[in-house]
Design a protein around this ligand. Structure first.
Ligand code: M6R
Length: 633
């Protein structure tokens, strides 16, 4: 089943909530863009009520609606962007959902408003119970149940304590959920609850925020608090915050400072976030590498909470990840095995726990996730920890669930990635994987210090090589724009070029909606070569000629497909002219050792997919059917 994975924002303070909530939703629209909605506490009349607006489609539709029917001024509000499945993407199913225990509510007003990310698994039973008490439902969503329960509970208790009402209600719910609610009769507080879905608190001067991620409030404050599982947060107008467990015990949230600022989450003159994020890759990789070497020239990983003894005891590594992060893991296998001689398996997180993997306390599970919230990956690490394996997260999002539930974390420090397609996240994940491999080699004594230092030097050269690659992208853009008629594109590679081929194909599928497949070049002759026909575009990632065995083989593969009519688009290293006679299009990338080649050779694949998608008129940042953070299994 697919479940909503939406963006959530709540605000209370002294500023106008409408502007702040819409701005937050804009920054979080990447999380879901099937509908958007907002509610504010309206205290203009004698009887305090909520006022709201919601519209199917992108946030722009909601903004147009607000232009036509403005909401009253208010300093307390919440908003939501939705990735729909549970109830179609209609105005009525858009969040917030409203209620009033007196029965005076519509789909745009009432006493209480609730927004939600996740699923209430027992909603059918709760709905039947409420329906038996003549509660009228206005939507097909599970969320609406919570609005009615909260309205009734708040009024029955009669103490004006929305936090306490939320605690009582969440204890009746099953499933995974983030909930945020406001009540017209408690205008100085916004309440949120978290179980298995992200929610973070922003603490400003005389104002506070609740959001799915920090980008929603980064323009107002960089001070944030992580929320743990099964906790309720109450944020108050004076900026104070109270966090309790679902049982009411007061707990201290972990405070953190967000290291990037609002400009990092803006397009900054680029047409799309993805274009900006591709351009940011040299800096992002440099940031991943920053501060990793100590005074003695030894590699250090500050957030590595596993002891050297524990790391020496490891007998097997299993990388678990999804999508692009999985491709980073496939590449990491080549490097980590080569440097450490520890066997590495790479597993799609969604398959991992269902195949009864062999896990012991000496297995290191490396979970790679940009968002730190991918449910498949989260479930995989929970399974690994239940089997007493150690878990190391490679993650870009401070305070997210996967690093919180891991034994150790290496943050990639890539800054926010808003475009749904992973670009800088991929290169920084790769970089972090290289660091982990080298660190293990150092700790386990299988590489001398100068050998580790040599690779670190090569890694520190990579940002300049990526920047140089970016400078050469105009012909790639031109080629992509000439290929709007392509129906199928194949990608081939060998060694680390094979996962790169998978990544190139994934990018093209998700952005340009073109059928694309990545193959290990040597595997082609075992079947897929039958797909080759006249003028079929085939992208080939060529390894360095300094690896003649590999290089010769792939040159033969190129000849084989060309002989069958393929149009070959070849990515090769500077100075590699051997491939030139067999390439219809040849792009050179700067030289790096083969294990690091993905840091440069992936860039043309990203640019190619994005440009082709744009030429086809598609939304590059928000491809259809997708969401940035997949918080569902
Ligand atoms: O946040 P994560 O790195 O865990 O996300 C995993 C995948 O959903 C993600 O890499 C996805 O494949 C990319 N958006 C594709 O470009």
């Amino acid at each position: 089943m697919l479940w909503p994975m939406c963006g959530i924002v709540g605000y209370v303070g002294s500023q106008q909530a409408l502007g702040i909530v819409i701005e937050g939703l804009r920054r979080m629209e990447y999380r879901g863009y099937d509908s958007a909605g907002i509610a504010v506490v309206d205290r203009s009349g004698a009887d305090a009520r909520l006022a709201g607006a919601k519209k199917a489609g992108k946030l722009a539709n909601l903004e147009k609606e607000l232009d036509v029917r403005p909401l009253p001024a208010s300093t307390t509000g919440l908003g939501h962007t939705r990735w729909a499945t549970h109830g179609g993407p209609t105005d009525g199913n858009a969040h917030p959902h409203f209620s009033d225990s007196a029965g005076v509510y519509t789909d745009l007003t009432g006493k209480v408003a609730v927004i939600h990310n996740g699923i209430i698994e027992n909603f059918a039973r709760l709905k039947a119970e409420l329906a038996a008490e003549n509660v009228t439902f206005l939507s097909e969503t599970d969320t609406e149940v919570v609005a009615h329960l909260l309205a009734r509970d708040f009024d029955e208790a009669g103490d004006g304590d929305l936090g306490a009402a939320m605690r009582r209600v969440v204890n009746r719910l099953q499933g995974a959920f983030t909930l945020v609610a406001v009540h017209a009769d408690a205008p100085d507080v916004v309440v949120g609850a978290r179980r298995n879905s992200p929610l973070v608190i922003g603490v400003g001067q005389g104002e506070a925020f609740l959001a799915s991620d920090v980008s929603a409030f980064i323009a107002h404050t960089r001070e944030a608090i992580e929320m743990g599982q099964d906790q309720v947060a109450e944020i108050f107008r004076d900026g104070s915050v109270r966090i309790t467990t679902f049982d009411g015990e007061v707990v201290e949230g972990k405070r953190f400072h967000v290291s990037w600022d609002a400009s990092a989450a803006e397009k900054g003159g680029y047409d799309w976030f993805m274009q900006k994020e591709i351009a940011e890759q040299p800096q992002a990789v440099a940031d991943t590498l920053l501060g990793r070497v100590n005074g003695q020239g030894r590699l250090k990983l500050d957030e590595m909470r596993l002891s050297e003894d524990e790391l020496r005891a490891i007998t097997k590594i299993i990388v678990v990840a999804c999508g692009t992060a999985y491709h980073a893991g496939l590449i990491a296998k080549y490097a980590i095995e080569h440097w450490t001689r520890v066997p590495v398996e790479v597993e799609l997180a969604s398959e991992f726990r269902y195949r009864d993997p062999i896990l012991t306390k000496d297995t290191l599970v490396i979970a790679i996730s940009q968002s730190g919230e991918t449910m498949d990956t989260l479930m995989a690490i929970r399974h690994a920890r239940e089997q007493h394996s150690r878990v190391l997260a490679i993650c870009n999002t401070n305070g997210s669930t996967i690093p919180r539930e891991s034994d150790a974390v290496v943050y990639t420090h890539g800054g926010p990635e808003i475009g749904v397609a992973s670009t800088k996240a991929f290169l920084t994940q790769l970089t972090a994987c290289y660091l982990v491999g080298l660190y293990l080699a150092q700790v386990r004594g299988v590489k001398f210090n100068d050998e580790v230092a040599e690779v670190l030097t090569q890694l520190s050269d990579s940002p300049a090589a990526i920047a140089e690659t970016l400078n050469r992208m105009e012909p790639v853009r031109k080629l992509a724009r000439s290929m709007v008629g392509a129906r199928t594109v194949l990608f081939l590679g060998r060694h680390v070029g094979y996962p790169m081929a998978l990544e190139g194909a994934l990018k093209l599928k998700e952005l340009a909606y073109i059928h694309a497949e990545g193959f290990a070049a040597g595997e082609l002759k075992h079947g897929p070569i039958a797909l080759i026909e006249q003028d079929l575009p085939v992208v080939v990632v060529v390894p360095s000629p300094k690896r003649p065995l590999l290089h010769d083989k792939i040159v033969s593969n190129i000849q084989e497909i060309r002989a069958r009519g393929a149009k070959t688009i070849v990515i090769a290293e500077d100075g590699d002219d051997v491939v030139a006679p067999y390439a219809d299009f040849l792009f050179h990338v700067p030289e790096l050792p083969i294990l690091l080649q993905p840091l440069v050779a992936t860039v043309p694949l990203q640019v190619f997919a994005a440009e082709l998608a744009d030429a086809l008129g598609y939304d590059v940042d928000q491809p259809r059917n997708l969401a940035k953070s997949v918080t569902v299994e």
